[in-house]
Design a protein. Sequence first.
Lengths: 113, 111
Amino acid sequence: NAGVTQTPKFQVLKTGQSMTLQCAQDMNHNSMYWYRQDPGMGLRLIYYSASEGTTDKGEVPNGYNVSRLNKREFSLRLESAAPSQTSVYFCASSELRGTGELFFGEGSRLTVL
Amino acid sequence: KQEVTQIPAALSVPEGENLVLNCSFTDSAIYNLQWFRQDPGKGLTSLLLIQSSQREQTSGRLNASLDKSSGRSTLYIAASQPGDSATYLCAVPQAGTALIFGKGTTLSVSS
């Protein structure tokens, strides 16, 4: 089983460039999430989607946009990348928002120069 | 706002030792609590999910307990092995949104 798949795994951007991180899950889960992980800060929620067609801000949404394309796919877009967005980004999914077991992708390592 | 704290931040033990990792949370009105494992450069893998109605959950050499009233959970690892070396994170739901994570305990088991 693929579970949660993220692309790309690695990306280097220059300040001001834009990019989209893709995430897809094959578990028929309703809810999907984007987290970022930084040394000393732990995992912080960027955006989540409780169900297809809905998205909500998490703890650190500034500088990001998301799209829940369908039930399987949830993308994260950086419109104008900044060095402060250098991080490891994780996509996750669960059957139920906030209460179901959470499954993670392998992460996308982004460096903004 | 829910806050999750994990103590200690790092732990080194010799192989074969039994150990306990601690997790505390500020809002006891939780549906469940999850423990995860993260290997360096990898994603998070779910280890145990304890529902609010449960006191403990076991998987192999791992046992997780939950005391909602005191806002605490422990992860007990029996007979530790070098392959257990990883970062262990606990997480609880924040009402209406998603899981809130502790910063983790990094475990090193030496042979």
